[in-house]
Design a protein around this ligand. Structure first.
Ligand SMILES: Cc1ncc(COP(=O)(O)O)c(C=O)c1O
Length: 398
């Protein structure tokens, strides 16, 4: 029963968020294809999705999802360890392990659950987790849930990371964890340097490639891009972004995967993914590994958008800190247009909406205070005319 005081508490919390221009709400759009949605009879251009290869509406991917439903039904009926491991799951895991050049893979229901379940499954009290300051919320939550000691190092700052590693007591396991492509900034983790530190200090190294899979390193992700797949212990990813489906995964050696099967609570205690999601992801992976057209188109569009924004005088840096390494630069589809206050980001987002463009305002706590932004994302499915229109409109408004 919601008592008057409890009601007042939640109402005042929401009011405070509204006052700070940080209240969030869901808007229901009707997806028309991978880059357009409809709302109240009007069509909008989607510039805020992570559907990087535009695969959510690809005919072969749709057919594969449908085929999976026809073969295995709409639901999995149970957790993987009880009744839910149907043949498509191990097949997909083999494909993923192959993509990431690891011994094995394990599918989770979301990338969020993969992060939470992997970190808390591998680390415990007495262990140390070294986590980049700009890591995704699901990494942060996994660290907290593990009850290991968490040490946050400055974004992409390996000197700071080493200072922390040097000070750690000799006991306990260590895990260095980082986004591969940072979700809100689009920059890359300096993986080769992290590999060196992980080896020097006996730490496990985990990279979250949610925004890198299908996007960099020939679509294989950051470890492949930096040619260090064999030295990254855990490569995590999601099926929900470039692969156009839903679900998360972890690629690692047999020992770590078996440990997760036995210790990862988000894996053990949740019903397995539905066949449609697996069928779609399988076909997306087939397309990604057999044909470079979409991958190349995505990179063409990234470059096109970079130039179009530069022509409008809009800075494209993919860097948020002075410590980020210039040699580390790699074009990614995430363009952070940092505008400062939450109020300004919201106002711009609303003005863009009126011009038919969906570009969501990203505000604290997703990004630091004073770093609110429009997080513009480009996909392989956007047309050059779309990208020109967006850059031109931004140029007028900013
Ligand atoms: C870096 C990163 N990791 C993990 C996730 C979670 O993935 P999913 O959406 O599949 O839960 C996201 C997406 O929001 C992300 O940006």
């Amino acid at each position: 029963m919601l008592s008057a005081t409890t009601r007042e508490f939640y109402e005042s919390q929401l009011q405070q968020l509204s006052n700070a221009k940080r209240r969030r709400q869901c808007t229901t759009y009707e997806p028309l294809d991978s880059t357009h949605v409809r709302l109240n009879g009007k069509t909008y251009l989607m510039m805020a999705s992570n559907n990087y290869l535009g695969l959510t509406h690809q005919p072969q991917v749709l057919a594969s999802a449908q085929k999976a439903i026809n073969a295995y039904g709409t639901g999995s009926g149970g957790a993987r360890l009880t009744s839910g491991t149907y043949p498509l799951l191990p097949q997909l895991e083999t494909q993923l392990a192959c993509l990431k050049e690891t011994e094995q893979a394990l599918v989770f229901n979301t990338g969020y659950m993969a992060n939470v379940g992997t970190i808390s499954g591998l680390m415990e009290t007495g262990d140390y987790i070294l986590s980049d300051a700009l890591n995704h919320a699901s990494i942060i939550d996994g660290c907290r849930l593990s009850s290991a000691t968490i040490k946050v190092y400055e974004h992409n700052n390996c000197e700071h990371l080493e200072e922390i590693l040097k000070e750690l007591p000799p006991t306990g396991k260590r895990l260095i964890v980082t986004d591969g492509v940072f979700s809100m900034d689009g920059d890359l983790a300096p993986l080769p340097d992290l590999v060196t530190l992980a080896k020097r200090y006996g730490a496990l190294l985990m990279v979250d490639d949610a925004h890198a899979t299908g996007v960099i390193g020939e679509g294989r992700g950051t470890a492949h891009h930096f040619n260090c797949s064999k030295d990254v212990d855990i490569q995590l990813g999601t099926l929900s972004k470039a692969l156009g489906s839903e679900g998360g995964f972890v690629c690692a050696n047999e020992l770590l995967i078996n440990t997760l099967i036995n210790r990862s609570r988000s894996f053990i205690f949740s019903t397995a993914l539905v066949p449609a999601a697996i069928g779609a992801a399988q076909q997306s992976l087939n397309l990604l590994t057999s044909d470079t057209t979409l991958y190349n188109q995505l990179h063409h569009n990234i470059e096109y958008m970079t130039q179009a924004l530069l022509q409008q005088g809009i800075a494209v840096t993919h860097k948020t800190t002075a410590t980020a390494l210039v040699s580390n630069y790699q074009p990614t589809p995430i363009f952070p247009i940092v505008v400062g206050s939450a109020e300004k980001a919201l106002r711009l987002s609303q003005q863009l909406f009126e011009k038919g463009i969906i570009l969501t305002a990203i505000r604290p706590p997703t990004v630091p205070h004073g770093a609110s932004r429009l997080r513009l994302t480009v996909t392989a499915a956007h047309q050059e005319a779309d990208l020109q229109y967006v850059a031109h409109t931004l140029g007028e408004l900013i």
